[in-house]
Design a protein around this ligand. Structure first.
Ligand code: HEC
Ligand code: HEC
Ligand code: HEC
Ligand code: HEC
Ligand code: HEC
Ligand code: HEC
Length: 508
């Protein structure tokens, strides 16, 4: 019998037999691989369990990559056993096993080398796969690799408050399950892209978006509410002077934390105090017919719109309201042409002295074009010809400013309108506010009434207070403000040092 022990019985049982079967080079490689993979799984699993916010990569390594190696290793063990047993049977008499004998220094050297090699090899493959997955999660992979499909989302994202937040922070989040879910749906999307069957535009709402509690609230935890926010809205009229208008609104965002403000306000919708669920009759959730409110004490109020079909409602699944029902455009903000042009005036990228520029720029932006290139030419033509025919003097005098206005209008087009993807500001309604879309007025229209006669209010001052409103050339200068009136007359306030009397402890 070709065995290390010459007197071993021909038929071994149990563990001894298993050991004998796996004592071949292939099985041993497999065994080493499995042991290292198992070690990795345990280590990564430990990280995933103990870290409150593990990176999605830890999950993918612990639950996909390392187990892949483990399975492969175990398969090798079995494969080796079968292969060498067959070979041994076919050529009985020829030694079929690798003899492991650590008595000689040469064997020990070989074994040490082999072990070291395996560790390095596996370490490197783990790092390699980590890097590969890191790449599939990077902003450039999500936003640029299939760039014509994602161009609108990526472009709008780059201009937004979340430009430095990776796509996966909102679309995948931490943990392995959502990673796998998103990569599976990602694979489907890759096929659609290759086969060119993806929808244009990509429809919203995104139905398998991860709940906001697990994405947005990782950075904006609801306890960190906001008090009132001053928001300044600058507009420019479509008249010859592009007359500026300004509205200063104090928006009552609300708060539940003594550090940031009084409880209540808009963010009382944020699932802390109460639970709001609703039913919409359309895919984009614009026509809301029924709202179900459960407050902290468990009291329930049901609001119906006038045209609500109660039988239909009883059969429909409720949608639980969260951040994304108001902030549905936190980063893919397709700015309406009106707003874009207003912003360019405010930042002096458009020259306000060009007559009717607001009107012309918006007209050029909203005309229908089949491609971006056509739009770029169309915009230049519209604006150029307008001044050439209506204001030939201005065209001559302000040639440079008109050029710049064309450049700026073209830039606006490139970052906000995407004819190739059939997408512009109208495609995805923005639910913050109520100016261009129903937004808050989907419910706060005064027409959603409960059985007891309670109404979801539309009063103009429950969400904000108008602090100031102006019109005309001077209106964009910052508000002059008031003089501070000290309770005790101290004369010239610039001459005093507050902390001489105010200590933060006992009153002065
Ligand atoms: C701040 C969080 C956030 C980030 C960062 C983010 N998204 Fe989104 N994205 C959303 C939300 C929320 C929606 C869902 C809008 C809805 O359902 O109406 C969405 C929707 C989308 C859609 C559907 C179409 C659309 O325009 O709404 C695509 C495609 C998309 N995101 C791709 C990306 C890509 C690519 C990146 C990175 C370049 C990215 N997202 C980064 C929050 C985010
Ligand atoms: C990885 C962290 C992170 C995640 C996840 C995240 N945000 Fe933000 N968000 C930020 C940061 C940072 C800012 C501040 C940007 C600034 O001050 O310019 C911000 C700003 C905002 C603002 C203020 C925008 C403005 O006009 O100034 C809103 C609203 C907002 N986020 C909503 C959301 C929503 C809704 C989600 C989930 C879909 C979300 N965020 C997910 C980090 C995040
Ligand atoms: C009922 C609609 C609504 C819901 C639900 C909602 N928000 Fe808001 N949020 C607003 C409005 C309105 C503002 C005021 C800013 C504005 O008008 O752009 C605001 C402001 C913010 C700001 C910016 C505050 C600032 O300094 O300007 C952040 C961040 C934010 N919300 C995050 C969230 C997160 C996270 C959630 C979910 C936990 C959420 N919001 C749920 C309506 C809502
Ligand atoms: C899905 C329906 C729905 C939408 C959309 C909605 N709300 Fe509300 N909102 C409600 C309901 C219902 C209440 C009353 C809650 C209650 O009965 O306790 C409410 C109450 C409020 C309150 C407290 C008002 C009061 O009477 O004291 C404010 C402020 C508010 N909402 C702001 C907003 C803003 C701002 C938006 C848009 C960004 C918005 N809501 C969008 C359903 C909605
Ligand atoms: C349910 C809450 C709510 C109610 C009720 C409400 N608003 Fe608003 N309104 C908002 C929010 C939120 C914004 C800020 C939108 C944004 O950040 O872009 C806003 C913005 C505005 C603006 C600035 C728009 C701009 O782009 O210049 C005006 C003006 C305004 N509201 C007037 C009114 C008037 C008039 C009423 C009464 C008919 C009213 N609002 C009722 C929530 C509300
Ligand atoms: C000479 C001492 C003195 C100086 C200097 C002084 N204060 Fe005061 N301050 C007072 C007194 C006295 C009161 C009234 C306390 C009361 O009525 O209970 C007061 C009240 C106030 C209050 C009202 C809040 C409260 O606690 O009643 C404010 C706000 C305030 N001071 C701001 C300032 C500021 C800002 C400066 C620096 C520019 C300043 N003070 C400098 C003595 C001073």
């Amino acid at each position: 019998m070709p065995d290390s022990k010459p007197n071993a019985p021909p038929e071994l049982a149990g563990i001894a037999r298993l050991r004998q079967l796996t004592r071949n080079p292939i099985s041993l490689v497999g065994l080493a691989l499995s042991v290292v993979a198992l070690g990795n799984i345990l280590f990564l699993f430990f990280i995933d369990l103990t870290n409150p916010h593990p990176s999605p990569y830890v999950g993918i390594l612990a639950f996909m990559v390392a187990p892949g190696f483990l399975i492969f290793g175990l398969a090798l063990v079995v494969l080796g056993a079968f292969y060498y047993r067959r070979r041994q049977r076919q050529s009985a008499g020829v030694p079929g096993y690798l003899r492991l004998d650590f008595s000689g220094p040469a064997e020990r050297g070989v074994a040490a080398f082999f072990l070291a090699f395996m560790v390095i090899f596996i370490g490197m493959s783990v790092i390699g796969s980590y890097k590969a997955y890191e790449f599939t999660d990077s902003v450039s992979f999500c936003g640029q690799l299939c760039h014509s499909v994602m161009a609108p989302e990526f472009t709008a994202y780059q201009q937004s408050p979340h430009a430095r937040v990776a796509c996966v922070e909102c679309h995948v989040g931490a943990g392995a399950t959502w990673y796998v879910k998103s990569k599976l749906s990602g694979t489907r999307q890759v096929f659609k892209t290759i086969l060119n069957t993806f929808p244009r535009p990509i429809p919203t709402p995104v139905h398998d978006l991860r709940p906001a509690q697990e994405t947005c609230e990782q950075c904006h935890w609801p306890e960190k509410f906001y008090g009132s926010q001053l928001k300044v809205f600058n507009h420019y009229a479509s008249d010859e002077k592009n007359t500026p208008r300004q509205i200063r609104l104090l928006i009552h965002t609300g708060g539940g934390n003594p550090a940031t403000g009084e409880p209540g306000g808009i963010h009382s919708h944020m699932n802390i105090a109460n639970e709001i669920s609703y039913i919409a009759t359309d895919a984009q959730r614009q026509n809301i017919t029924y709202i179900h409110v459960k407050d902290k004490q468990g009291r329930v109020t049901d609001y119906y719109s006038k045209d609500a079909n109660k039988d239909q409602i009883a059969k429909t699944l409720l949608h639980r309201m969260d951040c994304v029902d108001c902030h549905n455009r936190p980063t893919h903000i397709y700015v309406p042409p009106d707003v874009s042009v207003d912003r360019s005036f405010t930042s002096h990228r458009l020259d306000i002295t060009l007559p009717f520029l607001k009107q012309q720029a918006v007209a050029a932006l909203t005309a229908s074009y089949s491609t971006t290139d056509a739009a770029i030419q169309g915009i230049a033509k519209t604006i150029y010809e307008y001044y050439g025919s209506k204001y030939p003097d201005v065209a001559k005098e302000k040639e440079h400013e008109i050029r710049a206005a064309i450049d700026e209008t073209q830039r606006i087009y490139r970052v906000s309108i995407f004819p190739e993807m059939k997408l512009d500001w109208r495609t995805h309604p923005n639910n913050i506010g109520h100016f261009y879309f129903s937004g808050c007025f989907r419910c706060h229209d005064g027409n959603h009434v409960s059985a007891e006669g309670k109404v979801i209010r539309k009063d103009c001052n429950i969400c904000h207070t108008v602090l100031d409103q102006r019109e005309g050339a001077g209106s964009m200068a910052s508000a002059p403000g008031l003089d501070f009136r000290h309770p005790v007359d101290l004369g010239d306030m610039t001459a005093v040092t507050c902390s001489d009397c105010h200590s933060g402890g006992a009153s002065p």
